[in-house]
Structure formats: structure tokens, C-alpha cells
Design a protein around this ligand. Structure first.
Ligand SMILES: [Zn+2]
Length: 392
């Protein structure tokens, strides 16, 4: 499977060279946008990534870029444009710096330095690169720090645990496990809230950015530790499919965003795929209402029921903690889902991900053949969705 490794670039002076390259990258990107607009003005088909590469060939030396960078920008332009169905955003002064390269031949790694375009960049080599590098990019974050991102094809290992676990993601605590453990959400945002407010009132933008970055880093670290532990201990992991984007619009928003459900789910999923464990998302409707001991539906319901933390079953009289009962129900229904798809091998999630990216690749490669024209005589551009090729 392919993972992205991210390394911080050490020396402060290298930012200057990368920033200059990033400006030229923006120039190539905006040139691609101009070509795209010109094609539309003259009712021609949208230029493909290959067309753009052909148009920009030979420019890399003039721009002071690596030729792999120019090609990667053209390709990414075509991919982004096809994904959103229109010309992507103009890259200007405010865009974060980005210098991609499309093959590992563009860089040379020597110990903790990377040589790119004849210049040495020192890295914090926080972990060894244990696989084949496919492509990558240099990227800037909101604080002006530069990172090297590498797409690395890593081998799969099968070091998963032997347990089986249901996880209920909640608001009060981050997660309840079917083993009876409750994992409290770290109140990272609330902890830094005051310092953030002070910095915001004082108008200290760099301080605000630093605090936000710290909050994000703390949360990511906590979730990484948790997800690694879950995959180490278990071979089947069932998680409720609670929809965080729906809840984020309600008044519960702040604690939902703090909880970072989707990040946890994403991490558990890719770690499970990598270690050969099974990750299954389960429909969690009624999981809080059904008694995990006898199956009677008598638990708390709806938004008002959220305040009920403990309840007794009317059928068998068992006393339940709301979230742990829900986690046990998720475990049960996850087993049922697992039984229904026994033919699907353990790495089913990885397969789906791969097939999605394969489908995207097919769509991208078909792009040159796609011909569509704007109806003659009307300035109104038809929406890109029904792109039916005209037969001539
Ligand atoms: Zn019961």
C-alpha cells in the first residue's frame, strides 16, 4: 500500500530557494489555467495533462525548475480540473508554497539530506523510509515551514492482534470500547482557548497560527497512539458510521471537531489495512437504544436522550452504561456484517481504495478522447456534468 511520509526540512535558509521555485510553479499552474480558458473560448476540448506537458516542454530550464516538477504541475492541474469540473483556483501570492515532482529520480536521498536540483536540503529524518518512493513534493504550511512529502510504497505486514472490538464514537468521551473501556477526549482546544483568545485580540497572527498548529499536532499525536494500540491489540475492528459533518453544523460543533472522529477512523482504517486486520464500519442506528443483553429496545432516544448516561433495561433489568452498551451492539452487528462478507479477504478496505484510485486513473487517461462542444450561438457555458461527445 502507498503511504505518505512527511519530513520537516531543517535549515531556515532553504526556504528561500523553495519559495522561489514555488513562485515558478504558480506561474506554470496559472499558464495551464490560461490554456484551459483559451481552449474553452474557442470551443475546443479541454487540454489534457499530456497536452499541457507538451506545451510546457523545454520551459523548465528557463524557469529554474526540475522538468519533473513542471510535468507534475501539469498533471495535477488536469486532475484537479477534472475533479471539480472547472478551472481550478488561481495560485497567487497567498497560496501555500508547493513544489511537486513526479518521480523519485528527481531527488537523491543521502542519510538525512535530500538533494534536489543540485541543492542539499537537510531533513529531520523522524523515521526511516522503508519502501519504494513513488513521487512527492515540497510543501509549505501556514507558518512558512517547509516539509518533504514522499509517497512511499510500503510492504504489508501481518502483525495484528487477536482481539475483536466494537467502538462507539461519542461526544462526551471520545470513544467507548466494547471491552468496557472509556477513552476520554483530550480537551486540547479548550486548554489552549484562552491563550488563543489573547493572541487573537492582540492581533498577533503568527502566534495564533502557532497555537492552532500546536492544537492540531497534539490531537494528531493522541489519535495516532490510540489507533496504533487498537490495531496492535485487535484483528477485527468495528466502528459506528456516525456522521460528523452532520453534527458539526449543530450546537455540538466544537466538541465534535475537538473529538476528531474522522481522523481517528481514517487512521484506524489505513493501519488496519497495512497490518492485515479487518476494519468494518457498522450502521449504528438503534445501537444506543437496544439492550446488548436481551435485545429489547428500551434505551434513551434522540437528542434529548443524550443526557441519559446510564439506564436499566425494561426487559431483563440489566444496568447499562449508554456508550459501552452501544459499543457492544456495534461489535455484535459488526460480526453479522463480517459473516455476510466472508468471501471478501481481510484486506477488503485496501482493495476498495485501490479500485477507486484505479477507476480515477482510467477516467484521467480517457480524457484526451473526450470531445464536447458548447452549443453554437450561446455564450452560456453548459455545465460540465453532461459532457456528451457530439458525433460528427
Ligand atoms: Zn435487556
Amino acid at each position: 500500500m502507498v503511504l505518505t511520509y512527511r519530513y520537516r526540512i531543517k535549515d531556515a535558509t532553504s526556504g528561500r530557494h523553495l519559495r522561489r521555485q514555488a513562485r515558478e510553479v504558480n506561474r506554470v499552474w496559472n499558464y495551464c489555467g490560461d490554456i484551459h480558458n483559451a481552449a474553452r473560448r474557442h470551443n475546443k476540448r479541454w487540454p489534457s495533462g499530456f497536452d499541457l506537458i507538451r506545451l510546457t516542454s523545454g520551459s523548465s530550464k528557463l524557469l529554474g525548475l526540475h522538468s519533473d516538477t513542471v510535468q507534475a504541475v501539469c498533471k495535477q492541474f488536469a486532475i484537479s480540473r477534472d475533479a471539480c469540473g472547472k478551472r481550478p483556483r488561481w495560485r497567487g501570492r497567498k497560496s501555500l508554497g508547493w513544489v511537486p515532482f513526479q518521480a523519485s529520480r528527481a531527488i537523491r536521498l543521502q542519510g538525512d539530506t535530500v538533494v534536489f536540483l543540485g541543492r542539499r536540503y537537510r531533513l529531520w529524518l523522524s523515521r526511516p523510509i522503508d519502501g519504494r518512493i513513488l513521487c512527492g513534493s515540497f510543501a509549505e504550511d501556514a507558518r512558512g515551514r517547509w516539509y518533504l512529502n514522499l509517497q512511499v510504497e510500503v510492504p504489508q505486514d501481518s502483525e495484528h492482534g487477536i482481539g475483536e472490538i466494537g467502538i462507539d464514537l461519542g461526544l462526551k468521551s471520545l470513544a467507548a470500547l466494547s471491552t468496557g473501556e472509556v477513552i476520554e477526549a483530550p480537551r486540547i482546544y479548550r486548554k489552549h482557548e484562552q491563550a488563543l483568545a489573547v493572541a487573537q485580540r492582540a492581533g498577533r497572527k503568527s502566534r495564533v497560527r502557532a497555537i492552532h498548529a500546536k492544537i492540531a499536532a497534539c490531537r494528531r499525536h493522541f489519535l495516532h497512539e490510540l489507533s496504533t494500540r487498537l490495531v496492535r491489540e485487535n484483528r477485527r475492528i468495528y466502528i459506528g458510521n456516525v456522521n460528523s459533518s452532520g453534527l458539526a453544523r449543530t450546537s455540538l460543533a466544537k466538541s465534535v471537531l475537538d473529538a476528531g472522529w474522522s481522523q481517528l477512523r481514517f487512521q484506524v482504517r489505513y493501519k488496519a489495512v497495512r497490518h492485515g486486520a479487518e476494519y468494518i464500519e457498522v450502521d449504528e442506528r438503534f445501537s444506543t437504544q437496544v439492550c446488548s443483553a436481551c435485545g429489547v429496545r428500551g434505551g434513551p432516544q434522540g437528542r434529548e436522550g443524550l443526557v441519559v448516561r446510564e439506564w436499566s433495561c425494561s426487559g431483563c433489568g440489566a444496568r447499562h452504561d449508554r456508550d459501552i452498551n452501544s459499543a457492544i451492539n456495534i461489535l455484535f452487528s459488526g460480526r453479522n456484517v463480517g459473516l455476510q462478507q466472508t468471501e471478501i479477504p481481510v484486506t477488503s478496505v485496501g482493495k476498495t481504495l485501490n479500485s477507486i484510485s484505479a477507476r480515477l486513473r482510467v477516467r484521467a487517461s480517457r480524457e484526451p478522447a473526450r470531445l464536447w462542444r458548447i452549443a453554437a450561438g450561446s455564450d452560456q457555458v453548459s455545465p460540465p456534468a453532461p459532457r456528451v461527445p457530439h458525433a460528427h
